[in-house]
Design a protein around this ligand. Structure first.
Ligand SMILES: Cc1cc2nc3c(=O)[nH]c(=O)nc-3n(C[C@H](O)[C@H](O)[C@H](O)COP(=O)(O)OP(=O)(O)OC[C@H]3O[C@@H](n4cnc5c(N)ncnc54)[C@H](O)[C@@H]3O)c2cc1C
Length: 374
C-alpha cells in the first residue's frame, strides 16, 4: 500500500523489530513448552529490544519506552511468539518495592537471568480479585504464606512471583515470593494454546517470607493498575494473531483453484477478507487508543483497556476460526498453524479476565458516559 494508515502511538519500526526477533526465535525453537533454559535464551535475545525493561525509567535500569512503543514491540513478537510475559514484576517492584527487593530481585529480572510471574487467580474463581483466600501473616520476625494460585503464566519456569494475598487484617497485599523457597509446589496445567509456554498452579504451604518482600501499596490497587496495562498489551497481541492468520490464509487461498478460478479471486473471498481486515484494524485502533488513555492517566483508561482487550480477543478468535474453516483441509493441518493462532487468541481472551468480565467493566463505565461518544 502506498499510504498505510497511521495509528497514533504505534511505532512501526518497533513492530518490525518485534517480528524479526520473533521469527528468529521461532526458527530456533519451533516446539514447546520451552524449558527454563530455552526461555532464558529467548529473553537474552530480547534484551537489546528493551523488552525486559519496558516502560521503566532508564534511571531505574529500565528501557524508558513509551507504552505505545512497548505495545508495538509486543505486537510484532505476537506474530510468532505471543504472550511471552515476564515484564510485569519489574514494573511492580519499581513502583512499590522496598530497597531490599530492588537490590536483590530486580536486577535479575531486568537482565533476563530470572523469570517473573504474576499470581492472582485462585482455585475458587479468578474473576473477582477482592476475594483472596491466600494469606500472609506474621510469624516471629518474618511472615508466613499459605494458599494456592491457578493458571500462573511461567509457573513451571519462573524464579519469582508477585502473589496477591490477604494480610492479618484481611487487607490485600502483594508479596514478591522466591519460588525456590521451601513450601512452594508447582503443578503443571496442560493448556490447549500458547503451547510454547508453561502454565500451572502454585501451592504455598507455610512459606517463610521476609518482610521486605511485601510491596508498599494497596494490593488490589496495584493488581488493578497492572491489569490495565496488561489488557492493552493483550489486545494488540490478539489483533496481531488475527492479521497473521489473515495473511497466511490469503496466501494459501491464492494456491487453490475451483471451477478454473483461484479461490482468492472470488468475490466472496474478497468480501470476507475486507470485512475481517476492517474488524481487525478497528480493534487495533481501539487498542492503541486505550494505550494512549493509560499513558495519559485518563479517568476512562482502565475501562477502555478492558473494552479494547475484550473486543480485540473476540474479533481475533472470530477471524481465526473463520479462516481455519475457509482454508478447509489446510486449516485443519497442524503444520499450517492456523489452528494455533485460533487457540492462542482464545487463550488471550481469558488471560487477564474473561471477555464477559472486561465487557462488564467497559460497559459499566460507558453507560454513564454514552452521551460524550456522539
Ligand atoms: C493464557 C492465560 C494466562 C493466564 N495467566 C495468568 C497469570 O499469569 N496469573 C494469574 O493469576 N492468572 C492467570 N490467568 C487466569 C485468568 O486471569 C483467569 O482464568 C480469568 O481471570 C478468569 O478466571 P477463572 O478462569 O477462574 O473464571 P471464573 O472466575 O471461574 O469465571 C467463570 C465464568 O463466570 C463468568 N463471570 C465472571 N463474572 C461474572 C459476572 N459478573 N456475571 C456473569 N458471569 C460472570 C466468567 O466470564 C466465566 O465465564 C491466565 C489465564 C489464561 C487463559
Amino acid at each position: 500500500m502506498e499510504s498505510k494508515p497511521v495509528i497514533p502511538g504505534r511505532d512501526t519500526l518497533l513492530v518490525a523489530e518485534g517480528r524479526a526477533t520473533a521469527a528468529a526465535i521461532r526458527a530456533e525453537k519451533p516446539d514447546g513448552p520451552w524449558s527454563r533454559e530455552d526461555l532464558l535464551t529467548v529473553f537474552d535475545q530480547l534484551k537489546p529490544t528493551g523488552y525486559l525493561g519496558s516502560t521503566i525509567d532508564r534511571q531505574h535500569g529500565g528501557s524508558g519506552l513509551a507504552l505505545g512503543q512497548f505495545a508495538s514491540l509486543l505486537e510484532g513478537l505476537a506474530t510468532e511468539v505471543p504472550f511471552l510475559s515476564n515484564h510485569s514484576v519489574q514494573r511492580f517492584i519499581v513502583g512499590a518495592g522496598s530497597p531490599e527487593v530492588r537490590e536483590l530481585v530486580l536486577p535479575g529480572l531486568l537482565d533476563g537471568t530470572r523469570i517473573g510471574s504474576v499470581a492472582i487467580t485462585e482455585p475458587h474463581g479468578g474473576s473477582s480479585i477482592r476475594e483472596m483466600r491466600t494469606t500472609v501473616v506474621p510469624d516471629g520476625a518474618e511472615l508466613v504464606l499459605n494458599g494456592s494460585k491457578d493458571w500462573v503464566t511461567h509457573a513451571m519456569t519462573a524464579d519469582t512471583a508477585a502473589v496477591l494475598c490477604s494480610d492479618e487484617q484481611e487487607n490485600p497485599v502483594r508479596v514478591i515470593v522466591d519460588l525456590y523457597a521451601p513450601g512452594v509446589t508447582r503443578i503443571p496445567l496442560h493448556a490447549h494454546g500458547l503451547r510454547h509456554l508453561t502454565f500451572g498452579s502454585l501451592q504455598f504451604d507455610d512459606v517463610r517470607i521476609q518482610r521486605w518482600r511485601v510491596l508498599e501499596e494497596d494490593g488490589v490497587a496495584g493488581a488493578k493498575a497492572g491489569l490495565g496495562i496488561a489488557r492493552t498489551l493483550v489486545a494488540v497481541q490478539a489483533v496481531a494473531l488475527g492479521f497473521r492468520a489473515l495473511v497466511d490464509a490469503t496466501e494459501h487461498l491464492a494456491t487453490r483453484t475451483v471451477r478454473g478460478s483461484r479461490v482468492i479471486d472470488l468475490d466472496l473471498t474478497s468480501g470476507r477478507v475486507g470485512a475481517l481486515a476492517a474488524e481487525l484494524q478497528g480493534a487495533r485502533l481501539l487498542a492503541y487508543h486505550a494505550i494512549e488513555a493509560v499513558e495519559a492517566g485518563q479517568e476512562a483508561a482502565a475501562a477502555m483497556a478492558s473494552g479494547a482487550k475484550a473486543h480485540a480477543c473476540a474479533v481475533a478468535v472470530r477471524a481465526c476460526s473463520e479462516l481455519v474453516s475457509t482454508c478447509a483441509g489446510h486449516g485443519l493441518d497442524r503444520t499450517s498453524r492456523l489452528g494455533d493462532y485460533r487457540d492462542d487468541a482464545e487463550m488471550l481472551g481469558t488471560a487477564d479476565g474473561t471477555g464477559l468480565v472486561n465487557h462488564i467493566i467497559w460497559g459499566s463505565y460507558l453507560k454513564k458516559h454514552l452521551g460524550e461518544c456522539f
